[in-house]
Design a protein around this ligand. Structure first.
Ligand SMILES: CC(C)(COP(=O)(O)OP(=O)(O)OC[C@H]1O[C@@H](n2cnc3c(N)ncnc32)[C@H](O)[C@@H]1OP(=O)(O)O)[C@@H](O)C(=O)NCCC(=O)NCCS
Length: 300
């Protein structure tokens, strides 16, 4: 009889540790995605080699189909890597009020289970606490698996179609309002590599809701190895210049409080906060930012 509460608390701590380790969440998501991905998807970029040297100029150019695998990896890495939204959310879920309540329930149940006349109640509460915690802490995994699957099978599956990139033999062109750009540079190994990307879509629900002269900035990522070198600013400059040429007056985007670098960058470049809200009580520490830029006041 006395081993039951012990078993429950052991189960609780092991179960929570398993689910709540953010890097594990990332690994599980990556593994899941790899299972679903086509065989052409290469391995994730090694994020441990921070601060690679760039030789020469960073070149911003329209996307080509040959960039597909790298762009996809950049996108996956930014979504599930150690400092990603998913990892930070998983970390914060562990200390969210709902988690603290569920842990307390499990501990209370385990203590009650020692008392013979409250044993059944104790077991029930402990079970509820353990199960509830397990479910609650696994929510980020399911949310982000769904989010990534939607993106990878949606706009990211056919970038030329979604973002109106026209490819000829060895060139690509942006003929419409939309666009997708990559940042390319010569890395330490002397080879050209794609180290960042960004898209602009005038047909996204976010943009069309605001108006016909608004486009949405999408899929902004710079490889961890090449950050803080002005590459994102160069990409944004290309987007803003294209927007001006095509009659786009405002650039809308959504980001989150977990994307601190991105929020600072957009505000610095002239985006204003349109809306700032907590999407659900289940993720109590996250705030979504809807930002909007008047292209004529962009500080670039
Ligand atoms: C946000 C991101 C694209 C910035 O790329 P970057 O190439 O490092 O950005 P830049 O070097 O052009 O920096 C532009 C400005 O942003 C701000 N900024 C960028 N990274 C920052 C950081 N880590 N901390 C504080 N400010 C930061 C600074 O104001 C910087 O200007 P400064 O260097 O002159 O001070 C990159 O961090 C990233 O890919 N993050 C993960 C994906 C993501 O969050 N994308 C946004 C989706 S909405």
């Amino acid at each position: 009889m006395s081993t039951l509460p012990l078993a429950i608390s052991q189960c609780l701590s092991e179960g929570l540790a398993k689910i709540s380790t953010s890097s594990q969440v990332a690994k599980i998501i990556i593994a899941g995605l790899k299972e679903q991905s086509s065989p052409s998807v290469p391995t994730i970029i090694d994020t441990k080699k921070i601060g690679r040297v760039i030789q020469g100029e960073v070149h911003i150019r329209p996307y080509k189909s040959s960039d597909f695998a790298t762009v996809r990896d950049l996108f996956i890495d930014s979504n599930v890597g150690p400092d990603s939204f998913a990892a930070l959310l998983a970390r914060d879920q562990r200390t969210a009020r709902i988690s603290l309540f569920l842990y307390s329930l499990a501990v209370l149940g385990a203590l009650l289970a020692f008392q013979p006349h409250r044993r059944t109640l104790g077991i029930a509460l402990a079970f509820l606490g353990v199960l509830g915690s397990a479910v609650y802490l696994s929510i980020p995994y399911f949310v982000f698996k769904g989010h990534l699957k939607t993106a990878l099978n949606g706009d990211m599956a056919d970038i030329p179609k979604t973002f109106e990139v026209t490819e000829t033999d060895d060139e690509s062109e942006l003929r419409g309002k939309n666009g997708f750009w990559v940042a390319e540079c010569v890395g330490m190994n002397g080879e050209r590599e794609v180290v960042g990307c960004v898209g602009m879509n005038a047909n996204s629900p976010g943009a069309t809701q605001i108006g016909s002269t608004t486009s949405e900035l999408r899929r902004m990522v710079v490889s961890k190895d090449y950050r803080r070198r002005g590459i994102a600013q160069r990409l944004i400059k290309a987007v803003v210049e294209h927007a001006k040429e095509r009659g786009v007056e405002q650039i809308y985007l959504t980001t989150s409080s977990y994307q601190d670098a991105a929020v600072k960058m957009y505000l610095k470049l002239g985006w204003a906060v349109k809306r700032h809200f907590n999407p659900t009580f289940l993720f109590e520490k996250v705030y979504i930012y809807e930002l909007i830029l008047d292209v004529n006041t962009c500080k670039l």
